[in-house]
Design a protein around this ligand. Sequence first.
Ligand SMILES: [Zn+2]
Length: 329
Amino acid sequence: MRSTILPAVLALLLAMSAGEAAAQTATSAATRRPPSSQPPPADAVGYRVGQAQVIPLLDGILHNDFATIVTKANRPRLQRVMARDGQGTVRDVSTNAYLIRLEGRLLLVDTGAGTLFGPSLGKVGPSLDAAGVQLAEISDVFITHLHPDHFGGLLGRDGAPAFPNATVHLARAEAAYWLSPVKAARVAEPQRDWFDQAQRALKPYADRGRVKLFDGPTVFFPSFRARPAPGHTPGHTVYMLTSDGQTLAFWGDLVNAGFQFDDPELPLVYDTNAPRAAAERRHSLAGAARQGEVIALAHETFPGLGRIARAAGAYRWVPVHGVTDASAK
Ligand SMILES: [Zn+2]
């Protein structure tokens, strides 16, 4: 399957020029307006960023041993950092996605794992339901990177697109890597499966012309833009929501596990370019600590919104309180 469908999806996506993609995005922005996307009421659930409303969506909780996501050589270093709170290396880890009501549109940042990570994940759909949003109303899905816990929710349990009217936005560098049979042949399981899963998830959207690739820093709407933050994956992307002078930055897996606040250089076995990932993390943590901007992290404890503070030569996560989830509606 990899050798036939995957190159077809890649060819379909990469053949689309950046200009075409921009034009199509502009067209769809002008013609499609989700029916229920009124401006958020003052007492809306979630977190307000100027005129925009952000609703955190819990996809689920993974019971994870962090010792398995660093190399054997780095385990003593991990143990040292994680021993500080006396809880060992096994933790419950949230997977978060985010719904944004913005300028008459309903955006989603990442989709959760869908059916790809077992029954403890895959709850973005019910979370949207709790927020009173139908899947067909989502106008745009922005993918931070093509790991299955971020794109798996693109497909429903029946294998059909979960968001039938959405355009999926993705960095071209990310598509070029995960849809390449050459790259897939170079990695071991379980990552090799991720290549197949990515192409399966994207294909039905690509077939309908609903995958838009972008290159480098990109402005999608006046209040919403992307900046590349590669390393964890080749096209890993940070999305920035800015409205009325307020900013919320969706970092995806730029900080993937809490111990990376204490030791930002500590690489993960999943990093496609660990030195680059560490450099991006160091640079972004320093900037966020200086500016005090609010960050959304896909795997920080739900709702995953917080600020970065400096602490003992490294950093510390300071959660934003008072954020209500979708079920509060
Ligand atoms: Zn992730």
